[in-house]
Structure formats: C-alpha cells, structure tokens
Design a protein around this ligand. Structure first.
Ligand code: MSP
Length: 507
C-alpha cells in the first residue's frame, strides 16, 4: 500500500455562496483524509475555489463589483466554511493565485508542445452555468423550442475563434486506460456511463474563449483566455507544484491522487482531465469517485425554487457533528438522496442520542458512581467478551477497504452495528442488578463496555472528530494525533472524567 495520499474536493465556483452540496463533498473528503492519517498514511487534503470564467464575470457584473472583488468576498466564505465544517484540509487553492496561474500556463505549453493544440472556430451550444460545451443531442428540448441542460440550466449559441485540444485523438487511449485500471472511475455504474460517452465519439474540445477576459491568458495570444475547466482542473497538481516542478517530494503525493466529485462534473474529470494529462506526459490520478446529489424534502435544490440549504444555518440549528453524521450515513456514497428534517431528527435521536449517547452516559456514569470513577480491570473477561473487544481490530482490514473504495456510508453503518452490539451486551448483562451481589462481574461488564466505547470513539473520529475527542477526553486520552493504534490502548485503572450528555434530542 502506498504511504502517501492526496485527496481533493472540486474547487468551488465563487459566483455564489456555499450550499449543502459543497459541504457534502468537503465532509466526505475530510472523512477519508482523517481515516488515512489515522492509519499512518502521509496525507494531503486539498480544497479551494474556482474563480475564472464567464459565470464569475457575469455574476460580478450583476453585483456591480469587479470580478476579483467578488472572488475575494466569496472565496473567503468557502474558506470560512472549512473552519465551520472542521475540515482538516492542508491547503486551500484559489485559481487567481500566482502559483496556480503559472502551473496552468505550463500545462498549456505542454499540450502545445505535444502538437495537440490548434486554432479554429467554435460554433455551438454553451452553458455558462456549467461552463460546458454541449452537443445538441445531449440537451433537452423544451416546449418553446429552446434547450436546457440536464442540470436544468439554459444554453446559448456561441460562435467565436477558439483554440482546440485534439481530444478525439485520445478516445482509444482512454478506453484502454479505463480497461487496464478498472477502479479508476467509481462507482462502476458511473464508469459505464463514461465509457459509453467516449465510445459514442469524442470531438476536439474548445480550450479557449475570446469574447470576455476574466481568465488566465493563453500563452503568446493575449486575445484568448484559457477555457475555465482546463484552468480549474490543473489547480489540483498546481497546489503541489507538480506541473512546473518534478520534485520527488511533490510527485509522491500526486502519484496517489483521488478526486472526489459530484456526478455532474464526472465527464470533465474522467474524460477531459486524463486526456490533458496524457497529452502533457504527466501522471494520471488514481481514482475519480462521483457522488450523487441531494434533494431537499424531495425537491431538486435550486436557487429559483428558493430551497437552497445553507450549511451554516443548519449547523447552527442541529450541531456540526450531527450534520456530518447525517450526510455521511443517510445515503449511499455514489447515489442520490434526500435531505429531510424528519430524517435528520430521527437519525440524531435514534443513532446519536440513543445508541451512542446513552451507551456512554449509562455505563460511564456507573463507573463514576460505583467505582470511584476508576475504570475497573479486565482480568476476568470471558471468551465472548474478548471477542467483542477484539472485533474492531479483527475487522480493521474490512474497514480500511471500505474507505479505500469510498464506501463511506457502509463504514458508518458498520461502526453503528458495533455500537448496537455494545448496547446489547450492556443491556443483556444488566450490570445494575449485579452491583451489590456480584461485584466482580459488575466490574468486568463496566470494563468491557468502557473499552469498547474507547475503541468506538476512535472509529468515529473521521465521522465526528469533536465527539470522538470529547469521548476520548473522558478516558484522559488527549493525544494530539488520533491513530488507529490507540484502539489497543489500555484503559484499566484510569480515572474517568465527568460524563455529560453528548447529543440533545429533537422533537
Ligand atoms: N468549479 C467546478 C468544479 C471544478 S473542479 C476542477 C464546480 N463547482 S461547483 O461549485 O458548482 O460544484 C461543486 C460540487 O458541488 C460539485 O461536485 C457538485 O456536484 C456539488 N453539488 C452541487 N449541488 C449539489 C447537490 N444538490 N448535492 C450534492 N452535491 C452537489 O462544479
């Protein structure tokens, strides 16, 4: 297994403020980054903002401010959100930064040097909303004769001089690459969509625009700015300096790159991006994973419907770890799902307040009350109890495989199964009936429950870092770096700190 790992969120458009979809991708990446670090893998987690192109220029005009002022204002909101979501990102890249512009231009020159760039004229449909060129056959015709994209936005017919990238030349190599690297695109169902798109025939791709100027200038042709997707995709390796500088200490991260993206931007990442990298003779990422989209109470989330969920507000109302838990647990990572307040409250009450909260509260309070706050020893545990305590360690490879396949919701589900078993163990053994007449057994039950809680606290660190730290703090485990090795830390005879309720219930 490689000992380095590089994980990225998409870089977010700054035409508007962050919404729950952005928070979702970021939290999923944070989960993966935290787990990788816990397993001892040197990890870099990147996020950032996508600041060029017509969409941003138009939004700035609408707001009567300069594009850069708009970028500064909204990029800050995305940066603030990294703190609000408790993201462990190591870097935040903005495409208006010099380090990025230099890298994007270097990539352009590499494509040019490969003979894959030529000047022509583009005439066809363009969606400013998606910053994407569309074939008419991929659009939806409306009753008034106009077209819209599958994401619901309008398109306009554009005709302008443009540089093209010889994408058509790469169709066979891409198909070959997908075949030889069966896990390059996940989930499998989305991979099949990409393969049929490529097999359907690739046209050369327009990679510059010349009817506005908010972008990175094409080297040696100041009339053109680079197509914003070519600009934006290069931000990933640019954050490491990989395109401009082939230093081994940077390359070792890029060699193990994973891009997490929404299904709407899979084509850009799984077709255009590898083709650009092949042309530039650069290393391809290891994995592109496309997740699904959230609806709000059954409806598509859109500004025009006025039902956009503000992550900051929802966190204020329900708590950060509660939202992180809900987003990661509620839907299969890779499928669409629905955000509803009923589902959220029911997850908080059942999974957090009852299952996890009560387990901690009931068992640890007994230690405070009846054992002078000292965790008893486990010298009398029986085979079954040993099995329960060894379970997380014996299943560690399975958990790690789930993370490596971005099978996030099943990881969460399986941790909650262990919480369920711990609750069952505690309830079936009824320690409250033993405290006066079988003190040894009483103490063993409390030891076993406390130890399993400690192990669970480590496993939930990627999901709910604050709660994890809070629970570990009860056992005076205050390590700055949480690692999977702590699962085996001996907590016998440790003094327990005061236990307070972890999760309030919601009506
Ligand atoms: N700027 C491009 C990405 C460039 S990466 C080189 C972009 N930005 S975005 O801000 O529009 O979207 C970022 C992410 O948010 C996408 O992965 C998108 O799928 C995700 N989501 C937007 N709405 C969403 C939902 N309703 N639900 C889940 N994710 C959603 O695209």
């Amino acid at each position: 297994m490689p000992n380095t790992f590089f994980i990225t969120t998409p870089i977010y458009y700054v035409n508007d403020v962050p919404h729950i979809g952005h928070a979702y991708t970021s939290i999923a990446c944070d989960f993966i980054a935290r787990y990788k670090r816990m397993s001892g893998v040197e990890t870099i987690f990147l996020t950032g903002t996508d600041e060029h192109g017509q969409k941003i220029q138009k939004a700035a005009e609408k707001n009567n401010i300069s594009p850069l002022d708009l970028c500064n204002k909204n990029s800050k909101k995305f940066n603030d959100l990294t703190k609000i979501l408790n993201l462990s990102n190591d870097d935040f890249i903005r495409t208006t930064e010099e380090r990025h512009k230099v890298g994007a231009k270097t990539l352009w020159k590499k494509l040019l040097a490969s003979g894959d760039v030529y000047l022509g004229n583009y005439e066809g449909w363009y969606s400013i909303n998606d910053e994407t060129f569309y074939n008419e056959k991929d659009l939806i015709k409306q009753s008034d004769g106009s077209f819209k994209t599958i994401t619901g936005g309008p398109v306009e017919w554009i005709k302008e001089e443009s540089y093209f990238f010889r994408l058509s030349k790469y169709a066979d190599r891409l198909i070959e690459y997908y075949k030889n690297n069966p896990d390059f695109i996940l989930p499998q169902s989305r991979k099949n969509e990409v393969i049929s798109f490529v097999k359907g025939g690739l046209k050369d791709l327009s990679i510059s625009r010349n009817t506005f100027d908010w972008g990175i200038q094409v080297p040696d042709d100041e009339k053109h700015v680079m197509y914003v997707w070519l600009d934006a995709l290069s931000s990933y390796p640019n954050s490491l300096g990989y395109i401009t500088d082939d230093k081994p200490e940077l390359k070792k991260y890029w060699e193990n790159a994973t891009h997490i993206v929404g299904k709407d931007i899979l084509r850009h990442h799984a077709v255009y991006w590898p083709a650009f990298l092949m042309s530039a003779n650069l290393i391809l990422p290891k994995r592109i994973f496309a997740h699904g989209w959230w609806t709000n109470e059954g409806n598509k989330i859109s500004k025009s419907l006025g039902n956009v969920i503000d992550p900051v507000e929802i966190i204020k109302d329900y708590g950060l770890d509660q939202i992180r838990y809900f987003l990661l647990r509620e839907i299969t990572f890779g499928s669409d799902g629905d955000f509803s307040l009923t589902a959220l409250k029911s997850r908080i009450n059942a999974d957090l307040s009852n299952d996890l909260g009560n387990l901690c509260q009931r068992s640890l309070t007994m230690i405070s009350k009846h054992c002078d706050s000292i965790i008893p020893d486990g010298k009398n545990i029986n085979e079954k109890e040993k099995e329960l305590l060894d379970r997380i360690t014996s299943e560690s490879e399975r958990f790690s495989k789930m993370v490596n396949e971005q099978n996030i919701n099943n990881y969460v589900k399986d941790v909650w199964e262990i919480i369920g078993d711990a609750n069952k163990y505690f309830n079936d053994n009824k320690p409250w009936e033993l405290k006066d007449n079988n003190v040894d057994k009483f103490k063993t039950i409390l030891y076993v429950t406390a130890d399993i809680i400690k192990q669970i606290a480590i496993m939930i660190y990627p999901i709910m870092p604050d709660t994890s730290i809070k629970i570990l703090g009860l056992f005076s485990i205050n390590e700055e770096i949480i690692t999977l090795k702590l699962i085996n830390k001996n907590i016998e005879n440790i003094k327990i700190n005061e236990v307070k309720p972890l999760f309030p219930r919601y009506e």
